[in-house]
Design a binder for this molecule. Sequence first.
Ligand code: ATP
Ligand code: MG
Length: 1080
Amino acid sequence: MSADSVKVAVRVRPFNQREKNANSKCVISMSGNATTITNPDNGKTHTFAFDYSYWSHDCFKEENGVFVSTDTKYADQNIVFNSLGKGVLDNAWQGYNAALFAYGQTGSGKSYSMIGYGPNRGIVPITCDELFKVIDQNTDKNKQLQVSYSMLEIYNEQVRDLLTKPSHGQRGGLKIRQHPQSGFFVEGLKSVPVRCYKEIERLMDDGTVNRTTASTNMNATSSRSHMVITIKFKQVFLNEFGESTTKSSEISLVDLAGSERADSTGATGDRLKEGSAINQSLSTLGNVISALADKAMGKKKVLVPYRDSVLTKLLQGALGGNSRTIMIAALSPAGINYEETLSTLRYADRAKKIQNKAKINESPTDRLIRELKEENAKLQAMLSKSGGLGSRDGAVSEYIERFFKDKDYSENDLEMLLKENERKMSEINTAWEQRLEEARKEWEKIHPVSVSESDNLTKQYPFLQNVNEDLQLCGVIKYPLPEGQTVIGRAGNTPQGNKIQLKGLGIQGSHVLVCNTGTSVTLEPIDVAKTIVNGLHVVQQIELRHLDRIKLGSNSIFLYIGFPHERKNKDDINKYDYEFFQSELAEAEGFGNEQFFQKEDKDAGPDPAALRIYDDFIKILPMTAEVNAISEELGKKLVFEPYIKNLASHDALGRDKAKEVEVRIVDKENNHVWVWSKPKFINRKFIIEELYQNYVENEIDISEIDEEHDPFWDPLEPVFLGSAHIWLQSLAYLMGVDDQIEIHNYKGEEEGIVQCSLKPCDNKKNLLGDDAMVLDPTDLLNTRLDFMMCLSHCLGVKWVKNENTRGTFCKFEFYNCEEEFETKTVWTTRNPDYAFRKQFTIQPVDMEFLTYLQTHALVVQLWGTQGGTVSNRKLSTVSLTENMLRDRSGSWMAHDNQGLELLLSKEKEISALKKKLRQQEDDGLILKDAYDSARKEVFSLKQKLEILRTAKGAKSALKNKSSAVNGSNGHVTVNVMNGHVTPTPQSIDRPASAASIDAEIARALKVFFKDIKGVQQELKELRTDSEKISDDPADMLKRSLLQQHQTVCNIEDDLSACVSSLKTNVTTAIRNMKKQSAMI
Ligand SMILES: Nc1ncnc2c1ncn2[C@@H]1O[C@H](COP(=O)(O)OP(=O)(O)OP(=O)(O)O)[C@@H](O)[C@H]1O
Ligand SMILES: [Mg+2]
């Protein structure tokens, strides 16, 4: 026995067309055995060392479809075979088991390396070819070389024999059994004896057709499976003692499904994460590799979870067991796949630590037979004992101890083992030639029409060829369309006797009628069966044109190949792959790629992030179409629709952040809405498919599934509606913000308006005025900052329009406070009143906080609740009445001290407000009185002014008169009555002194100003009070208060106008009077 570590090779493929169109940069570089990956975002690199590094990215050209190197750097298929495949063959000849498996994300080149495309044959065909080249050279009569071939796929933890037609009923798949010595095996798997490479090639093609048929028959958009090819190679020869000896080797060649499928369940956070088995094999493979790597690093008590999945059971020997194993990690060169490629490299790095214990499988043939016989005798003894397995004799007990140890086994298991042993014995005993002959006969029975015959039909007539998500399975099935009518419809007992029978989702009994007139081909949907041609729905007969794309039902897609004369020499059939179909369908549905690349800089090419999201979207679109079709067929009223979540909506720095694809689900019956993340949707999709398959095959009653197990069901949760950004910068200057801000959803559409204010205040929650403003924010350093956050209400929320079971609430985060703050939920109104108010205190302000204020926004998120029930969302642990304090230690706490308490109960709040209202009413009356008296005073002042003016006129008249008539004592009394001036003897008696009037006016004005100032002060206080209670929860009170507030404002305005005109008038009067007095 020797300890062999798993050999690991990495290979990087060329850019595909889409990556070229996007001007992708290669993130992989290789030097010797070192492979380096560079993060396209920050230039950081990771370097790994592997046993082999193959550069197949560039430095090659195409010659008649074959990729040939233009530089020694390039590793073509032969170079890869020479270092990997040859090693596998050498091991097989020596009698070691060997395994080669390809790992990597979808489209990274696994199948290219393993199987290859067209003339670029991969390791599997070359290895088989080379094996027979050596076998053919064998001239030793005593040496018999036997090769048999088997091919299986694992889909959703079910094993399917690819060398058996899918219609041969393998419902539930083949069983995996465990042999005490040789480990796990697939019960009843066909292993076909082959005599030459051509036969292997034929079987491989046959297996691929079966795989494609199974894949297209699935009611699923994606039916990617793992494929395992096993070549059993036996050398039977006479050993040195003349005994017949068997040296055997099992070569397992594994083409795994794309690795990114492994993580689609793990991180979904879905309550049904255990529901689907779709990724079990890949994720268990990862766990097995990790456990084996730990073990190899000396970790004790490591449990290797082989038994957790079908794939790992079958690969048990290859990983940590009796095998010489190679893993080839396929890498994508494009930056867009950086994360996935890095994860593949890490995976490969772990795998290279695994230690295997390979041994040569060589035994005298007689001994093999003897052992099998002995084992069977014991198994039979166990089975024939009365009481079954319960009673055993000593020998049987020992056998059980030795082989079954702690494993569960049943009577059925023992019977199966017995059968398997008998099969092995008959294999050894039956002459090889006879077995080969039997295999040939069976082949002819299964294939009455030779491949060349069906090839002839497609050479003669137009045909439909399948398009599959897996490039390996594209164009594998061809349906010729001979002259006359061809009905395409569901497989099964349809009265019409469809000529082309399909099984995909949404295929009707008779789906479309295709008619070949000899010169043209038409297609016509039967009874509005869902038919799409070149992305567009077809409802009546149309003529098909060469290379038209046809989609029938939800996921059966075909390329129409026209008459032979229409087929140009170099039709770019490869161009019309699965992705082309999906992009075309997406575009027809209004999701053209231009909307994803709007900001594209023409020179720099499309933004990789936009490319990624477009990619994701295109992948999700057909999946949602499929789930919609299942939903409809199962009578669910749910409609699934993908949309783009824009993370910028949640970013407090307002950056243009990444986008994610999510799926929105609407229940058409009650308008309930759910939002699923992409991984959650994909996970559910697999479970929904399983459910549907079960429904179709076993006719289960869907209505009997309880909510807990229903993949369509989820509890109602709040839905994100949109967000508003309120920039905090002005707080750094102690200036308040009080705004109505639009709330935008992910599409940038307005969802409503939020009224929000942030106002600096003192520690007693008195708002600070403009005079508190600072010119330099650093003035606030080391001081205490208090501000009041008010989220009073929203206006015109669309979510609640015409819905009486919906509500809304807002939530936001602030600075580094761990708490998320939430308003209460307000139901049914489009103008919800949240009356949310909270005081934040930062003590002391530091530089970090100031920077935060100057660069960040407060992101107020609007969430929709539904169902009229209390949502199960986690409410903020900080009550609405508490305030937030950030202390010197930098941590936040809720507090209620320093007289900042708001009223605790609603009643208390309402009674206080009522009191305030009454007080305001009183204040209003007082103000009214004050206004009246002010008006009177103004009037009297005006009168005095007139008197003054008249007096001035009288004075000058008197002066004139005394000089002319020489009047009595020269005094005139001025009596102001109705604007008329009447001289009175009394007033003339007193000295007519302008100074005394001046003093009188000045005194009156002083009094007036004093009064007015008082009134103004009173008004100011009243207004501040109104502001403080503007978030009154009781609507009626609030309205009254607002009215009051408005009246008071009006009074203030009136008064101000009065004062200013009075001031002007009186001052002018005094000035004039003084002037004139001086003249006198
Ligand atoms: N070394 C290579 N040289 C040239 N073309 C390559 C190479 N590797 C892969 N390709 C091309 O890249 C495309 C995807 O490769 P492939 O089908 O092998 O991917 P995959 O890893 O098997 O994907 P999936 O998981 O979807 O089966 C194919 O068109 C293939 O021809
Ligand atoms: Mg593949």
